[in-house]
Design a protein around this ligand. Structure first.
Ligand code: GLA
Length: 700
């Protein structure tokens, strides 16, 4: 049909009606064929006492055509051209993608809207480019991508957080008004992860219709979900531009970040499964396809106290425990004896390392481990050689006093000299030393981020991407971790040029359970940096048995964050045990389909990963069990026709305080059929609070 564009993927359809402007008619389950009467059957009535025409909820809703909610584009040209109305002038369509070109000859603006539907993962990608086709400058205040959701999307789940408590979820009604999240922190942020779920009334981990959204952008953003007064509803996301941030000269364009969305009819598990598949095939680029090496990161072990001989001892201990990559964190560069100094001076501190870094790296390599190094390239301390030489490289508004953050300031990456300096420093570190991995940190928010007087978050973010891209071009074998005081810069766009996230500075396993669960809706386990910390967590002072710490770190990209020299031998053996377990299952964990199960005990997290032939499931008891006897573990995502060998892999070694007799199967291998496991389930032992067990199921 001429006026219909039908994009299809494995399980989904995206049907777009192209009238004056393109409008999505359906985004959800796959429709086999378009009915000849579809246009008639979807025609809306025009209600009394309102505009006399139907107003489409288009791919870029227009104020000028009577869309009274948030428009997709806002801006003006010297006070004019602020209510454009577009006309579709061209379209290019293939089976999985469509590009629409729209134009407004009066406002002299051109829009190009790209929509793609990834066949394998069902993930929709959308972005818009606006071009100023007039002579005078156009001040763009907003350009956002809009995607509609159907009327039965009546519940909303958003994400909030803070430092050491990222990815917290909040569920609410979505029936009138709307939801709005604005991020002005200059990085993806701990507080405002750019993600959102909308679903039917009862959507859960395992069931229900859900539409998931993520804006791939590491700067400011606006994310909203609106219910129009006529009942139609939509999600809109784009960059939040400060006043004057985007002024387009003649023929200049602005392109939005990609908005990613997917539909699932199997609850949140279907959403994470789709996003993970998309990330694995379209976003992540590992230089070499190899198992993710287990880390030891020195930060919580020694902080700024760097002594090469001692670090070598740490490396030897780490390797004995099974660690495969050893990372020297903050404190290695000239004058960096504490938080307040030296950022920007990316030269080795020869007072701390009189023999150079080479002997340490050599030692690490001799132990069979890769070497990694911490950097925070975007930052500058006032007490640094760099600041003394280039005080004008700070990203700031001249004349104002800008507050420091962690005693530091941000460099203006759009300043070409500053960019060249940073590239030279990083390039020569990577050339001089055998560095396989950079932990790239970013520890403060942007306040008054000005470049030549103009707001510069957009430009700064683009420049950061360029710096990373250039560095990876020069050193394609290096892997990079995106860290930002823990989980402050976690998104798909930064992941195109990094390989792991430091999910949170919080190594408290109990807090981590929630953080990692929230993160797992969007990101697969192989990019989720998760470390076993010391028994007393440095961020919360809460103490956890090694079982809880080991099991929590095991299901991500595992590491250890402490001083292994100081740890008692018994504890070291326990680390070795969990590292070995992680290695045993990491192929499955890092390639399989992650899922979470609904737990009837709300104080439990049940999650796992499913491969073709096997599954692992972790049950974590977060707090005192709700009932004296646990609810049987019913595995909804199991293959019902298969038969499984079921074995306990891990549970706390300490005596169970809440149980005087254990179920016998804990010491046996059971043979159970899929339908039994799905419908009757497996009776679990009683778990003490803050402990976890893991079960392995293998098809026979
Ligand atoms: C940030 C990171 C930590 C550590 C410190 C070093 O807080 O999140 O992991 O690297 O910086 O200063």
């Amino acid at each position: 049909m001429k006026n219909i564009v039908h994009l299809i993927s494995k399980n989904c359809s995206l049907i777009i009606k192209v009238g004056r402007v393109p409008e999505i008619l359906h985004w959800g389950p796959k429709i086999r064929q378009i009915d000849p009467d579809m246009l008639l059957s979807t025609e809306r009535p025009i209600s009394q006492a309102r505009l006399d025409v139907d107003v489409p909820l288009s791919l870029c809703p227009e104020l000028g055509s009577g869309h009274f909610n948030a428009p997709g584009l806002e801006g003006h040209r010297n006070g004019n051209d602020w209510a454009p109305v577009f006309e579709t002038v061209e379209r290019n369509v293939s089976e999985n993608s469509a590009t629409f070109t729209l134009s407004d000859a009066i406002a002299q603006l051109k829009l190009v809207i790209d929509v793609k539907l990834d066949f394998e993962s069902d993930v929709v990608q959308k972005r818009i480019t606006v071009t100023n086709i007039g002579h005078d400058e156009y001040s763009l205040s907003k350009l956002s991508s809009t995607l509609p959701v159907p009327r039965h999307a009546t519940k909303l789940m958003s994400f909030h957080g803070r430092w050491s408590r990222e990815f917290q979820t909040h569920r609410q009604e979505f029936s009138h008004g709307g939801f709005m999240q604005e991020n002005r922190r200059g990085r993806t942020s701990h507080e405002n992860f750019p993600g959102l779920m909308l679903g039917d009334d009862h959507f859960s981990e395992q069931s229900g219709q859900v539409w998931g959204f993520h804006l791939g952008w590491s700067g400011n953003h606006q994310l909203r979900a609106d219910v129009k007064s006529d009942g139609r509803r939509f999600v809109q996301a784009g960059e939040l531009l400060f006043s004057g941030e985007s002024i387009l000269a003649a023929e200049e364009s602005y392109t939005t970040p990609w908005l990613y969305g997917c539909y699932s009819n199997s609850g949140l598990n279907g959403i994470s499964d789709r996003f993970h598949r998309f990330v694995r095939t379209n976003i992540l680029k590992f230089p070499v396809n190899k198992p993710r090496p287990v880390h030891l990161n020195t930060w919580e072990g020694i902080y700024f106290d760097h002594k090469p001989e001692y670090i070598k001892e740490m490396a030897s201990e780490a390797s004995r425990m099974g660690v495969e990559r050893f990372i020297i964190d903050d404190g290695w560069f000239i004058g960096r004896d504490g938080e307040r100094t030296a950022l920007g001076d990316w030269y080795l501190d020869e007072k701390k390392y009189p023999e150079g870094l080479e002997p340490v790296i050599q030692h690490v390599n001799d132990q069979g481990m890769e070497f990694g190094l911490w950097v925070e390239p975007e930052m500058i301390s006032k007490e640094s050689i760099l600041y003394r030489n280039h005080p004008d490289w700070v990203l700031e508004l001249k004349g104002y006093h800008q507050p420091s953050g962690r005693w530091q300031y941000v460099l203006d990456l759009q300043n070409p000299d500053c960019f060249a300096y940073l590239f030279e420093r990083l390039d020569s570190l990577l050339s001089q030393y055998n560095i396989a991995y950079l932990k790239w940190d970013m520890n403060r928010e942007l306040v008054q981020p000005g470049h030549e007087g103009r707001p510069a978050v957009h430009g700064q973010t683009q420049a950061l991407y360029r710096l990373l891209d250039r560095l990876l071009e020069a050193h394609p074998e290096v892997e990079i971790e995106s860290c930002s005081s823990g989980g402050g810069r976690i998104d798909f766009e930064i992941l195109k040029r990094t390989h792991r996230f430091w999910a949170s500075d919080c190594n408290d396993a109990l807090e981590r359970q929630t953080i990692q669960r929230g993160m797992s809706y969007f990101f697969p386990p192989e990019v989720m940096g998760a470390h076993i910390g010391p028994d007393e967590a440095h961020t919360t002072r809460r103490c956890h048995h090694i079982n809880m710490r080991g099991m929590t770190a095991l299901s991500g990209h595992m590491g250890v964050e402490l001083d292994p020299v100081k740890v008692p031998e018994e504890e070291k053996l326990a680390f070795a045990k969990y590292i070995a377990l992680h290695k045993e299952f990491r192929q499955l964990l890092h390639t399989g389909r992650s899922f979470r199960l609904n737990a009837s005990d709300k104080r439990q997290h049940i999650y796992g990963v499913k491969g073709h032939e096997e599954l692992v499931i972790t049950v974590c008891q977060l707090a005192m069990p709700e009932y004296a006897l646990p609810t049987p573990l019913r595995i909804s995502c199991i293959d019902v026709d298969a038969t499984y060998e079921v074995k306990l892999v891990e549970m706390p070694e300490t005596s169970f305080q809440l149980m005087k007799q254990r179920p016998q199967w804990l010491d046996k291998t059971l043979t159970l059929s899929g339908d039994n496991l799905k419908e009757i389930g497996l009776t679990l032992p009683i778990l003490d609070p803050e402990s976890a067990l893991m079960v392995h199921l293998k098809k026979i």
